[in-house]
Design a protein around this ligand. Structure first.
Ligand SMILES: *Cc1c(COP(=O)(O)O)cnc(C)c1O
Length: 402
């Protein structure tokens, strides 16, 4: 089908909530996407931090074929399956967690985490302990509960009333968090690296302080690692990149949410938790029809196992350093600040990021923003050094024309 025909059909029949690029994607290979007219784009978006192993990955394809071989795309959570159990075990063995609950997306993981936190507080006598502390520039999803903890008027205002019981403090400001804390707070939710909100990296002092604060008030600490988890920052879980022990032990949360890259492009979410949280939840308290099906969990196991290899994570860290160095070498008056950790980088500009993104399309470069003025780079974790150099050169050229 002709490109314009596809775009016209989509515009006639599909709800117009997305602004889409002016081409039709047709295929992918590694970190490169091709449109229907054969034009190549180096992908620094990765399906919004989803396609960690890039496109056309032979290991993922093989995992899909293996799973198909059983004939089970889906079975209900009324029944046991091996991939479901194996993935849960692997996630626990590679993190602070004792138990896992699967869901289908990041927003659903946020919803589950909030429900579990309230359930836990009630189980410990806190009938009034229902409030959630979240932070400025946070993004936790677009369903009603998650949206209430995502303080952007553009996302929230048209859909009010929101879920009550959410309060906010300033990100990376421990005093501000302290001022908002009291016995009514059942959970603190924070992204160790904020993604959509502009790529802001939590300081070790901030996370350690929240860890203490939550403990002091008997509240649960929730890390939203939907975007920064699963290798993105150079450690399997972002919190593991904090602290001297190299495993983030002192920074470990009570609940951690994961989703985007977890199954390499198939939809899945996961809520990791400590035993004490699991102990507060009982049969029938929560659930989902699709969650943790045998196909998606088998593929996720393959993806997480690959990313958890020390050599893979070391490569992410090295490529993140290279990307950071190259971005810092860009000589442009439009750059206000560069923020990054591993392979998530934000370039704060003095102009609309959309202008750079549009120029990128013409130059074979896919970029995304994080707020109006921040250009966000979240490429596949398998991007090569050569491609990183091309990306940095492309951004520099674009900024020189603006
Ligand atoms: C994308 C994102 C979500 C929401 O995930 P969906 O799968 O789009 O619902 C939640 N939290 C963070 C940090 C995210 O980046």
């Amino acid at each position: 089908m002709d490109k314009q025909a596809v775009i016209d059909m989509e515009q006639q029949y599909v709800l117009g909530v997305y602004g889409r690029a002016p081409f039709v994607l047709a295929r992918g290979e590694g970190s490169t996407l091709y449109d229907s007219e054969g034009r190549a784009y180096i992908d620094c978006v990765a399906g919004i931090a989803v396609n960690a192993l890039g496109y056309h990955d032979s290991g993922i394809q093989q995992a899909i074929y293996e799973a198909l071989g059983s004939g089970l795309l889906h079975v209900s959570n009324l029944y046991h399956t091996e991939p479901h159990a194996q993935l849960a075990r692997f996630l626990c063995e590679t993190s602070f967690a004792d138990r896992v609950h699967f869901c289908n997306s990041g927003a659903e993981a946020t919803e589950g985490a909030f429900k579990f936190a309230r359930r836990y507080a009630r189980a410990h006598g806190g009938d009034e302990k229902v409030e959630i502390l979240a932070f400025t520039n946070a993004f936790h999803g677009r369903t009603m509960g998650a949206l209430a903890a995502t303080p952007r008027p553009k996302y929230q205002d048209p859909f009010k009333p929101l879920m009550p019981g959410v309060r906010f403090a300033e990100f990376n400001n421990l005093e501000s968090a302290r001022a908002q804390m009291d016995d009514k707070v059942c959970a603190i939710i924070v992204e160790p690296v904020q993604g959509e909100g502009g790529v802001h990296v939590a300081t070790p002092e901030f996370l350690a302080g929240l860890r203490h604060l939550a403990g002091n008030y008997g509240a649960l600490l929730i890390y939203d690692e939907v975007q920064c988890g699963v290798g993105r920052t150079g450690s399997l879980w972002a919190y593991q990149g904090y602290g001297s022990a190299g495993d983030g032990a002192d920074f470990a949360p009570d609940i951690l949410t994961a989703a985007k890259p977890l199954a390499g492009g198939l939809p899945i979410g996961a809520i990791l938790m400590r035993q004490k949280v699991a102990d507060a939840l009982h049969k029938g308290d929560h659930g989902s029809t699709f969650a943790g099906g045998p196909l998606v969990t088998h593929v996720a196991q393959h993806v997480v196992w690959r990313i958890a290899q020390p050599e893979f994570l070391a490569a992410v860290e090295a490529k993140g350093k290279l990307l950071r160095e190259l971005l810092e070498e860009i000589n442009s008056p439009h750059i206000r600040e560069i923020r990054s950790k591993g392979l998530i980088a934000g370039i704060e500009l003095d102009l609309e990021a959309a202008r750079v993104i549009e120029q990128g399309y013409a130059r074979g470069l896919l970029l995304v923003n994080a707020g109006p003025n921040v250009l966000r780079l979240i490429p596949p974790l398998v991007i090569s050094e050569q491609e990183i150099r091309q990306v940095a050169a492309g951004i520099e050229e674009i900024l020189q024309t603006l």
